[in-house]
Design a protein around this ligand. Structure first.
Ligand SMILES: Cc1cc2nc3c(=O)[nH]c(=O)nc-3n(C[C@H](O)[C@H](O)[C@H](O)COP(=O)(O)O)c2cc1C
Length: 185
């Protein structure tokens, strides 16, 4: 079962790619956007699932509310399944290869440490800055991001462009590792 939280759609794309990869290995998967599926509409128990993947986008250092809520509510059950649990974040910090390790530490390890949850597989994937007309970002968020790209990265004419930093090889590699976990159970 794949569960994810997204604000602008980038994590959804990753979750769907992971689903595709798992299914190509002949394993059935269910996928849920946690915002659209309140817990009453989700399978009430994790028992029927051989493995679980949870993914969240990051904004202002925070997971999405729906993922935070889910992990809090199902912490004990997830802990029992943590050897078959994958957890990933999709964030701007991981756009740079050398920042992937620190992003895992900052957005996953230190947060889960508090609950004692240790997923078998964790990763941080780069994100998307969609500054186009069809973007799900508000005008305000677009302004913040274009300011950062100009001031911190020195990029010019960023308006109306889309920057996609998701590394599909990294995502497929994560998927294969997860499939191995499931198959070796
Ligand atoms: C307003 C805003 C704040 C953000 N804050 C962070 C942040 O604190 N750390 C980070 O690594 N990335 C940050 N990002 C980048 C997002 O994590 C990235 O755009 C990602 O693709 C979002 O995933 P989603 O579309 O699934 O929500 C931010 C993006 C926006 C628009």
């Amino acid at each position: 079962m794949i569960l994810y939280g997204t604000r602008f759609g980038a994590t959804q794309g990753i979750a769907q790619e992971i689903q595709k990869g798992i299914q190509e290995n002949g394993i059935e998967t269910e996928i849920y956007d946690l915002k659209e599926h309140p817990s009453k509409n989700l399978p009430s128990s994790l028992k029927g699932h051989d493995g679980i993947i949870i993914g969240t986008g990051i904004k202002m250092s925070f997971w999405t509310k729906s993922v935070k809520k889910y992990v809090k509510k199902h912490g004990a059950e997830l802990k029992q399944k943590q050897d078959k649990l994958g957890f990933f974040v999709c964030c701007g910090m991981a756009n740079k290869k050398e920042e992937i390790g620190p992003a895992i530490e900052k957005y996953i390890a230190t947060r889960l440490d508090k609950s004692g949850l240790k997923p078998a597989l964790i990763d941080a994937f780069g994100g998307v800055y969609d500054l186009s007309d069809t973007s799900l970002m508000s005008g305000m968020n677009k302004k913040i991001i274009s300011g950062i790209l100009k001031d911190e990265e020195g990029w010019e004419n960023v308006e109306n462009k889309t920057y996609d930093f998701r590394d599909w090889d990294q995502i497929r590699n994560f998927t294969q590792k997860f499939v191995s976990l499931i198959k070796n159970s």
